[in-house]
Design a binder for this molecule. Sequence first.
Ligand code: G4F
Length: 335
Amino acid sequence: MGRKALISGITGQDGSYLAEHLIELGFEVHGLVRRVALEQPDERLGRLGHLLDQVKLHPCSIESYASVFSILSRERFDHCYHLAAQSFVAESFVDGFSTMNTNTNGTHYLLAALRELQPGCRFYFAGSSEMFGKVQETPQRETTPFHPRSPYGISKVAGYYLTMNYREAYNMFCVSGILFNHESPRRGYEFVTRKISRTAAKIKLGLAHELRLGNLDAKRDWGHAQDYVRAMRMMLEQDTPDDYVIATGETHAVREFCERAFAEVGLDYRDYVKQDPQFYRPAEVDLLVGDASKARAALGWAPVRTFPELVREMVQHDLESLSRPRSSHLASASN
Ligand code: G4F
């Protein structure tokens, strides 16, 4: 019998790469999606277009325990990857209530339903380097104290401790991956890397004339999402459950991402990037850089893509997709 995996958030960047990875390994892959995604597949299932005949999608609201319980009472899984979340940090300052509700209760509902119905299913929680927030040490590792700086970061700390509590209290195989920023051509347009790569490509093609950003001095440890989903699966295949930092160990400023992305299309970012107060956050995370040596030693995980390769891939993808005729470019809008 092949193994079965359930992915919440399968329509997102990480969910789509993880689904591909698990299918390649022979898993039967199921995904939880909002009903509206099934009603508007062209807009909402874009990243899964090439996989739709290989995954089974279940309409589900992770904000409803009954909805989660109902799916888990119908299908049994070996792995459950909980990636669904309101993941845009800036939005969490605008609507902290729904961010906390979706991210905290969604995690709790899945854990509680698994405990009730299939406690042997291995559970992965998408933790985040945003939990370190105002960092207490550099680089950040599994033992670094948390100091979240946004409702999003706080919701992830809550999810992390819920996951740990189910592991300790009920002896379930529950782990958190503390993933640092990870990007790709499938990244949502609201995140800074994709906003930069897309707008640099637009400016090059004469479709935009400037790029408005917030804090250019914030530093992030940016890896490639395709490398990071491998680590999620590896964590669930260990003998004992544990939490791991996943990061490249390098940090770069937003300004440097701009510099490289614009250089990729032969432009100087200083001629186009304008700082705009509307994109500043009420509390910023100034510097993130992770130490993934535990994951390297225990999982044998290491990133493959470098930072310059990541920037190049994103900009070239946006340049190509924007250069295509309108209909085909819509089809690949969220690749
Ligand atoms: O791309 P960002 O929005 O990502 P952020 O806030 O670091 O969070 C991402 O990574 C986390 C892992 O550490 C995930 F948990 C989370 O879900 C998400 O995927 O912003 C990166 C930096 C910030 O310092 C922000 O202030 O870029 C700065 N920035 C400057 N101008 C901007 C902009 N960010 C956005 N989104 N848009 C701007 O115009």
